[in-house]
Design a protein around this ligand. Structure first.
Ligand code: ATP
Length: 439
């Protein structure tokens, strides 16, 4: 019962006007070039689900996708990035909006978990290579049939019945990362994985397909999971299906991650409320919670396997050293911890490290210190600068830095509040220091 339903009305209702205009124009261009064109995948799924707006437009062309992308970009004054090897292109419009254009294709896998080999094909074959029925729907864009649904595998029924189902029994052999995707979609949409698919996942685990995946691909999946709202739900289900153990047998039971994950969520909610403008790589906090119970050596090996970038690795390492870098130095200054002490503990640390430790610590004085730092101290700076010191007749040198830090500390501790008071302080300090920098 392919192409019975028409979603033209739903599209007009749900999508921004500029997107509908663009989709219609894509259909018209298809007519001009003599190609059948479709929008496919998550875009169609989320449209039918009336889920949160998803404007990831994936277009599939029965014909030369690259030629189509070039013609489309010409019509709209857009840029185009071509991946000849995959017969795909990205069209980037002047306002930054992007769409993916692909040539209808089928993929063969030479052996499990290998990269696909591509040959040209029809929309049906293109949809057949996809992961789940709910992701294997297409909407035709050509003018005469604009809005027509192409549903070869029962995707509409499964959307209605809230089921994640593979298209065929070799699905996880072809691509074991689909096990992560199945669980992620199940948790995100509150669907359930059908029993046949569930058995295929268990089988893929048993046969070792998950553990054979490259770290890079596993990392990609973990990254997406930790960027979704219900990370712990996904992890629980992964543990239940033993996917998690296949990824890393040293990970502890989920029960031991739960407290930390809950705290991270609380800290993030608090932080976003207060300081929304500043970006945080939130997924790193959950990743840190995920590997928290691993020993240093295990964590190191796991990160190496996942091919974590240096930039992230630095944040991870700092956070794992939170006791040494944050908790102990603060503790040593008790009972009269000053704002300047707090400042110097935190100001060189990445925000992810600070927030993670706030979630992890059980010590009230640490939480209070983080809160003070972020709300009051982080942006404090002296009003005076090196030029003011020169104006006082001091010669630039190592003393400058020392004086400026002392002025900063005084400001943090509320001992000076104006530029004049800062200058007074400098004069006092210089008098008490026998300084070669003094002129
Ligand atoms: P999300 O909302 O998480 O982005 P999505 O379905 O749009 O969900 P993408 O990863 O952007 O996810 O993939 C787009 C489409 O490509 C999917 O809907 C699916 O049809 C297909 N796809 C993606 N990954 C795979 C895979 N591993 N195996 C088969 N098909 C896939």
């Amino acid at each position: 019962r392919a192409h019975t339903r028409n979603l033209r009305r739903l599209m007009d209702e749900r999508l921004p006007e500029h997107v509908v205009t663009l989709l219609r124009d894509i259909g018209d261009l298809g007519d001009e070039l003599g190609y059948a064109v479709y929008v496919v995948g998550g875009f169609v799924r989320d449209l039918i689900l009336r889920a949160e707006e998803n404007l990831d437009v994936d277009v599939v062309i029965e014909g030369d996708g690259i030629r189509f992308a070039k013609a489309l970009s010409k019509r709209w004054g857009a840029r185009v990035r071509i991946h000849r090897k995959f017969c795909t292109a990205v069209v980037i419009f002047p306002d930054g909006f992007k769409i993916d254009v692909a040539t209808a294709r089928t993929e063969h896998y030479e052996y499990p978990a290998a990269m696909p080999i591509i040959t040209l094909g029809s929309i049906r074959l293109d949809l057949l290579r996809r992961d789940f029925t709910v992701n294997a729907l297409a909407i035709r864009l050509n003018r005469r049939s604009f809005g027509k649904v192409y549903d070869y595998f029962g995707g509409q029924r499964d959307l209605k019945e809230k089921i994640i189902r593979v298209l065929h029994s070799l699905s996880f052999v072809e691509d074991p990362t689909r096990a992560f995707r199945a669980i992620r979609f199940e948790q995100r949409f509150h669907f359930r994985i059908d029993s046949f698919t569930l058995n295929l996942i268990k089988n893929a685990v048993k046969k070792g397909f998950i553990s054979k995946l490259s770290g890079k691909r596993v990392f990609n999946e973990l990254y997406i999971i930790f960027s979704e709202p219900n990370q712990i739900g996904v992890l629980e289900r992964m543990a239940e299906l033993r996917v998690l153990q296949a990824v890393n047998p040293n990970l502890p039971p989920i029960d031991e991650m739960r407290r930390l994950f809950r705290n991270i969520r609380g800290v993030m909610a608090w932080y976003e409320l207060l300081y929304r403008e500043e970006p945080v790589e939130e997924w790193i906090l959950y990743f840190l919670g995920f590997i928290d119970k691993l020993h240093d050596q295990q964590a190191k090996e796991f990160c190496e396997y996942l091919k974590i970038t240096n930039h992230v690795m630095q944040k991870v390492q700092a956070a794992r050293n939170g006791y040494k870098l944050i908790e102990r130095p603060l503790y040593e200054k008790l009972p009269d911890l000053q704002n300047s002490d707090i400042y110097h503990v935190f100001h060189h640390l990445p925000i992810e490290t600070i927030l993670f430790w706030m979630a992890k610590t059980r010590q009230e004085f640490v939480k209070k210190a983080v809160s003070t730092y972020l709300s009051k101290l982080r942006d404090v700076k002296p009003e005076i600068s090196g030029n003011d010191l020169i104006a006082l007749g001091l010669r630039p040198g190592p003393l400058f830095q020392k004086l400026l830090v002392q002025v900063l500390d005084a400001r943090l501790n509320g001992e000076v509040a104006t530029k004049d008071q800062e200058l007074e302080l400098v004069k006092r300090l210089v008098l008490t220091v026998e300084s070669p920098g003094k002129s």
